[in-house]
Ligand binder design. Structure first.
Ligand code: AMP
Ligand code: ZN
Length: 113
């Protein structure tokens, strides 16, 4: 698994920066967003550092697929029984601030668009 010493989310994976983890296995980590944009706001990251959706290779696409198969159960167990939204910000215009691919999981309430 690739790591980047300057990456905030790699530091969270390594435990160098604290986070509120809700799920972890050998491939992925899910933790609470520090500045929640909904009642429930989780971030799912792969334990493999890559920056952008547009840059992922086939193996990384498999990791994203793996995360998407795990998220329904994790969301359900964390207050998103009635649904949730998954967001991936790609690049500056989308407001991406952390360049380690992550999936936002938003829910716990009726979301506006
Ligand atoms: P993005 O704007 O898509 O790059 O999302 C980055 C997200 O990371 C934002 O929603 C931030 O609130 C969140 N964030 C930044 N630092 C931390 C941290 N130390 N722990 C948890 N979430 C963080
Ligand atoms: Zn990283």
């Amino acid at each position: 698994m690739t790591k980047n010493d300057d990456c905030l989310f790699c530091k969270i994976i390594d435990g160098k920066i604290p986070s509120t983890k809700v799920y972890e296995d050998e491939k992925m980590l899910v933790f609470k967003d520090i500045e929640p944009k909904a009642k429930v706001h989780l971030l799912a990251i792969a334990k493999d550092h890559f920056k952008l959706l547009s840059e992922m290779d086939g193996q990384q696409a498999e990791l994203v697929k793996y995360m998407l198969t795990k998220i329904p159960q994790i969301a359900k167990e964390n207050g998103c029984e009635n649904g949730y939204r998954i967001v991936i910000n790609q690049g500056a215009d989308a407001g991406q601030t952390v360049f380690h691919l992550h999936l936002h999981i938003l829910g716990g309430e009726q979301l506006g668009w």
